[in-house]
Design a binder for this molecule. Structure first.
Ligand SMILES: Nc1nc2c(c(=O)[nH]1)N[C@H]1C(S)=C(S)[C@@H](COP(=O)(O)OP(=O)(O)OC[C@H]3O[C@@H](n4cnc5c(=O)[nH]c(N)nc54)[C@H](O)[C@@H]3O)O[C@H]1N2
Ligand SMILES: Nc1nc2c(c(=O)[nH]1)N[C@H]1C(S)=C(S)[C@@H](COP(=O)(O)OP(=O)(O)OC[C@H]3O[C@@H](n4cnc5c(=O)[nH]c(N)nc54)[C@H](O)[C@@H]3O)O[C@H]1N2
Ligand SMILES: [Mo]
Length: 758
């Protein structure tokens, strides 16, 4: 494979710096300067992601058992510094600003006001949040919930809350009477939970860290490691250095995947050298992954026909079904079709397929570039197909590795946060607590948005996050929040979801993970599960931002007690007094996964939850791994019409979801107010536009609603033809709520058809 990635683009301004390197230390310092962190933050960072310390609230990448001296990255440091700011957003701030006025503030400015300090109730008469007491808040929220049909209420979770909090949250929801427990995962890796489960019977990845030491090829689809899970660059760098071939499929040449300068390696820092990460970098068209993968499969099957010895026949026979249909599909799909749907040429794909056919142990990695599409589940299934052909699942150095987002989003599903009752511990809740949990399927995030629009959702309780701003179709859905009967937001910092107020609205401030959590029996630890299915304890040591803050478990218990009829088996006060008792409940509910939970909490590197597919036991309907055929060659809703483009929504290096730390997307070489639309220079010329011109994007998916975002500056960038990119959440009004993965309902944030209006 000749196209060494940095030879292609060494001269461009975007890629001169690898990811990592001094830039990241500077990036950190800038945040350190821009924000005033409280004293001792560096000491806190020193124990981040280590046994006895707290687990980072940024990404879900695993925490190794032999951590680096500083086991954190630029963005992990930013997240911690952002949490431990000295700025405070208390009752005096809200006395000065009406909610209507705050709606004009940017996301950055809202959160930059600092940590919320007091429980607040919205007063519609003054249009302000005003100080309240915890007792008053719990009593009023409990009364509000008791007056409603439980099935008209939603308990949302953003993926940060610990296993302990999450377990209590789902217990509360089911005791109260609903399964409306969507979480941020429904906008993110639900495609994995459903789509990967469909084909290999596992809703999570099959790899552990050691696999990355043993593989000789990694196929990397739509995950921006340098920004979103930077600590993953270390194993990738080691893999590249020992000769593992990394082939990346991504419409954008993301700096971290091109090369990486390790800020923890003094030689690389001093010499300014960087390791090349991707051997081959293929700028697939958005949604073109299915076609690219069919191209690879087609060539692998041709090689088998030519010489034999390529497929793992024994594995295929014993463990899979569906090969014949895939073979027929690949034969009948022409290279012309593959090239047009993927935007890649046969000459680019064939060498990758040939390298794959020779590779001993291959891992498939993916992120939002696969999951956030109309046929996202099928893109994942195509990657699984390719891996199965050579038995690349369930052997050392092989597997499929979705890279999760929020730091405990995977774990929340493990402990029962799900709208799908078949995945919930219904029987255990019955026997352990004498409950009669509801059996009806609850709402996904898409269904919550639809329920807000049609008025069937009456109350929303948010355990963290910024749901109203993170979902699709925001401009269309946001007015509906005003009509809720009850809105309760448990949060650390002020955001837009808190400002879409209804008559009965509460804003409850909580501790962050790095803060000390003292309860009746002393300091409490919590736990979370990472992307590679390892469970870690986390102990906060910082003095809380305000004496009025409560922990998330205490807030959940406070609301639950005020809502539910007394039940002698629901021991909310005991559990909040000693979180190890919540871990006992988790162990009792899932003894196989959580045996000896409390004793194993401080295991270096976490303890492994196990994975049947890794052992080649397939918990699918057929009991085999399913080789499947896709319904279409792209994961998009359909062909683009004339003058239409596929819009990809992006994260910058200076944001964590809707938290905007600043305005520099350093790894992409962009400094911007975020209101930009990226397109390639030829495309700009063809559209008769010029750089810097302000345009309006209009959604081209016609369902009778006009969706637009104006004031986006045209910015030249290296992208495939017919592809535009803009930042999330600014671009969310363009994504119709009805545009989502068919199986999992994950919104198509990476595949919305749009037109440009000058
Ligand atoms: N610093 C920081 N870290 C984060 C987050 C953050 O916002 N900031 N968010 C966290 C969360 S919740 C999540 S889910 C993860 C998200 O992490 P990622 O999974 O990396 O998600 P994105 O940055 O949205 O997009 C991933 C990549 O997909 C590419 N892409 C877009 N469309 C396609 C396509 O059709 N095919 C292919 N092959 N590639 C495509 C984009 O160019 C981009 O590089 O990160 C987590 N970590
Ligand atoms: N267009 C587009 N939309 C997207 C995406 C995309 O790629 N493109 N990505 C989607 C994805 S992957 C995700 S995960 C969602 C994210 O959706 P969410 O998880 O709902 O949003 P966040 O921006 O992570 O939430 C930030 C807020 O969480 C609160 N918070 C922070 N820490 C804590 C804590 O410890 N406890 C509590 N209680 N609150 C806390 C703060 O108040 C902060 O303002 O967005 C989705 N939306
Ligand atoms: Mo996410």
């Amino acid at each position: 494979m000749a196209d060494r990635a940095d030879e292609q683009r060494e001269d461009t301004p975007y890629y001169r710096e690898g990811a990592g390197g001094w830039g990241s230390v500077e990036g950190m310092a800038k945040v350190l300067l821009g924000e005033t962190p409280s004293a001792g933050v560096l000491d806190t960072l020193r124990v981040q992601n280590k046994p006895g310390g707290h687990m980072c609230t940024s990404c879900a990448w695993t925490k190794p058992k032999d951590p680096h001296p500083f086991e954190f990255c630029e963005n992990g440091a930013k997240a911690t510094i952002w949490d431990l700011t000295t700025a405070r957003c208390g009752p005096d701030f809200f006395a000065k600003h009406t909610v209507t006025e705050l709606l004009d503030w940017t996301d950055h400015d809202l959160e930059a006001e600092g940590r919320l300090t007091h429980p607040l109730r919205f007063n519609p008469a003054t249009d302000r949040y005003e100080e309240t007491t915890w007792d008053e808040a719990f009593a009023a929220i409990g009364a509000g919930l008791r007056a409603l049909d439980p099935k008209s209420t939603v308990f949302y979770t953003s993926g940060r809350a610990s296993l302990e909090t999450s377990y209590l949250w789902q217990l509360f929801a089911r005791a109260y009477g609903h399964n409306n427990l969507p979480d941020s995962s429904n906008m993110c890796h639900e495609t994995t939970s459903v789509g990967l489960k469909r084909v290999i019977g596992s809703s999570v990845g099959t790899c552990v860290l050691e696999d990355f030491d043993q593989c000789d090829m990694i196929l990397f689809f739509g995950q921006n490691t340098g920004t979103n899970s930077p600590r993953f660059l270390h194993p990738l760098q080691q893999a590249a250095q020992r000769g593992c071939r990394i082939v990346t499929f991504n419409p954008i040449r993301e700096a971290g995947l091109v090369k990486f300068r390790n800020p923890q390696n003094p030689v690389q820092m001093a010499l300014g050298t960087a390791t090349q990460i991707s051997e081959t970098y293929l700028q697939v068209r958005p949604g073109g992954d299915i076609a690219a993968l069919i191209g690879l499969i087609k060539r692998v099957l041709e090689l088998e026909d030519e010489d034999g010895g390529i497929l793992d026949h024994a594995f295929l026979r014993e463990h899979t079904q569906g090969l014949d249909d895939l073979r027929a599909f690949a034969r009948q799909t022409t290279w012309a079709q593959i090239e047009s749907a993927s935007g890649l040429t046969r000459a680019q794909l064939v060498p990758v397929a040939e390298a794959y056919a020779r590779a001993r142990a291959v891992i498939g990695v993916y992120g939002m570039g696969l999951t956030q599409h109309v046929h996202g589940s099928h893109s994942i299934a195509m990657l699984v197909n390719l891996l199965l052909l050579r038995g690349n699942i369930g052997r050392p150095g092989t597997g499929i590795s979705p890279v999760r987002g929020h730091s405990n989003v995977q774990g929340q599903r493990t402990v029962g946060i799900t709208e799908k009752p078949e995945l919930a511990p219904i029987e255990q809740l019955r026997t352990m607590f004498g409950l009669n949990p509801p059996k009806e399927t609850g709402h996904t995030t898409v269904e919550v948005a639809q329920g807000l629009l049609d008025g069937t959702v009456r109350a929303f309780l948010s355990l963290g996050g910024n749901f109203a701003h993170a979902i699709s179709d925001t401009a269309r859905v946001q007015p509906a929040w005003r009509d809720l009967a009850l809105n309760v937001q448990i949060a650390t910092k002020l955001n837009r979801s808190h400002l879409l107020t209804c008559e009965n609205q509460w804003l409850l401030p909580c501790l962050v993970r790095a803060e000390e959590d003292i309860q009746a029996t002393g300091p409490q630890a919590v736990s979370m599960e990472d992307s590679l299915s390892h469970i870690h304890g986390s102990l906060g040591r910082r003095t809380p931002a305000s004496g009025m803050l409560r922990s998330e478990p205490a807030i959940v218990a406070g609301i639950a007690k005020a809502t539910l009829d007394p039940n002698p088996r629901l021991l909310w006060d005991d559990w909040v007094g000693d979180y190890s008792k919540v871990r006992d409940l988790i162990e009792q509910t899932w003894p196989d996964t959580f045996g000896d939970f409390n004793a194993r909490l401080t295991t270096p590197g976490g303890f492994y939850r196990g994975n049947a597919a890794r052992d080649r036991q397939w918990k699918t309907e057929s009991g085999r791994a399913e080789i499947t055929v896709p319904p279409a060659l792209t994961s998009l809703i359909g062909e683009l019409g004339s003058g239409e483009y596929t819009l990809v929504t992006l994260r910058s290096n200076d944001q964590f979801n809707t938290t905007v730390y600043g305005y520099s997307d350093r790894l992409r070489g962009l400094k911007t107010d975020r209101m930009i639309v990226l397109m390639n220079p030829e495309e700009i010329a063809r559209a008769g536009l010029r750089e810097g011109q302000e345009v309006r994007l209009v959604c081209a998916h016609d369902d009778g609603h006009r969706r637009e975002v104006a004031g986006l500056k045209v910015t030249a960038y290296d992208l495939p033809d017919r592809c535009l990119a803009a930042y999330y959440p600014e671009a969310n009004p363009l994504v119709p709520v009805s545009l989502h993965d068919g199986l999992s309902k994950t919104p198509a944030y990476k595949g919305t058809p749009v037109r440009i209006e000058a």
